[in-house]
Design a protein around this ligand. Structure first.
Ligand SMILES: Cc1cc2nc3c(=O)[nH]c(=O)nc-3n(C[C@H](O)[C@H](O)[C@H](O)COP(=O)(O)O)c2cc1C
Length: 220
């Protein structure tokens, strides 16, 4: 039973572009077959608490004798990590906020990136290696390679660092640039490009859902 873990973090539930594209992926995933299930975690509507203690950054056996953690916080971390490990494919809606990611998504990362549990530290703990992830990054401006703004896209850089290099996941990015073209007068001439970008993102979502949700889901 192929399972998709679908995370959204846009603070604009009504008009969000990243939510529209992740919903498209999720719908395409469902359409593959009734056995294709989805767990949807809305990190904006149901935000996680900030990591309550740095001790939770470490596996229990790596904490110092002075470090203690609240049982409920540790249970939440365990739930989030097990949810991630048991998913065949992970889908993340990641709007660009201040050249980075929403704090709600950052909070989720702080819970699941744990030396000794999800990344190797004193042993070969790497349960997420090879797990496919699709990251939809919506951005008001244009950050395509070669543009002046490209080097300021710290959202993609951060997510690539954590998901790909640290956790070892197999990450595909679906960028949607110029989402603010209809709103910002200086970008008005780019509205046709913005429309084309969104259509391209929908197509990418459809294609990736079929590719990753095929009979070998989780084995790509
Ligand atoms: C708090 C906040 C910060 C933002 N910072 C940036 C930014 O640094 N660069 C940018 O191009 N757009 C920025 N934007 C615009 C969003 O990236 C853009 O509206 C995007 O479409 C948001 O994703 P969503 O449509 O899924 O909500 C910001 C928007 C908000 C609400």
């Amino acid at each position: 039973m192929p399972q998709l873990l679908h995370l959204d973090s846009s603070a604009d539930p009504a008009r969000s572009i990243s939510r529209q594209v992740t919903a498209r992926f999720s719908d395409s995933w469902h359409a593959i077959g009734t056995d294709h299930s989805v767990i949807h975690r809305d990190l904006h509507l149901n935000p996680l608490p900030h990591l309550p203690t740095s001790a939770l950054h470490w596996a229990p056996h790596l904490r110092t004798s002075e470090e203690s953690v609240d049982a409920a916080a540790e249970a939440l971390q365990t739930e989030l990590i097990e949810e991630l490990i048991s998913a065949d494919v992970v889908l993340i809606g990641a709007p660009m906020y201040n050249w980075s990611i929403p704090s709600t998504l950052k909070a989720w990362i702080d819970y699941v990136h744990v030396p000794g549990v999800t990344v190797p530290f004193d042993g070969d703990t790497a349960p997420l290696v090879g797990k496919p992830a699709v990251v939809v990054t919506s951005r008001g401006n244009d950050y395509t390679p070669g543009t002046d703004a490209a080097s300021t896209d710290h959202a993609t850089a951060q997510l690539r660092q954590v998901l790909e290099f640290a956790l070892g996941m197999d990450v595909r990015f679906v960028p949607v640039d110029l989402t603010l073209a209809p709103r910002v007068p200086a970008l008005a001439s780019r509205i046709p490009q913005a429309r084309a970008n969104l259509e391209a993102a929908y197509s990418a979502a459809d294609e990736l859902a079929l590719l990753l949700g095929g009979s070998s889901a989780g084995q790509e």
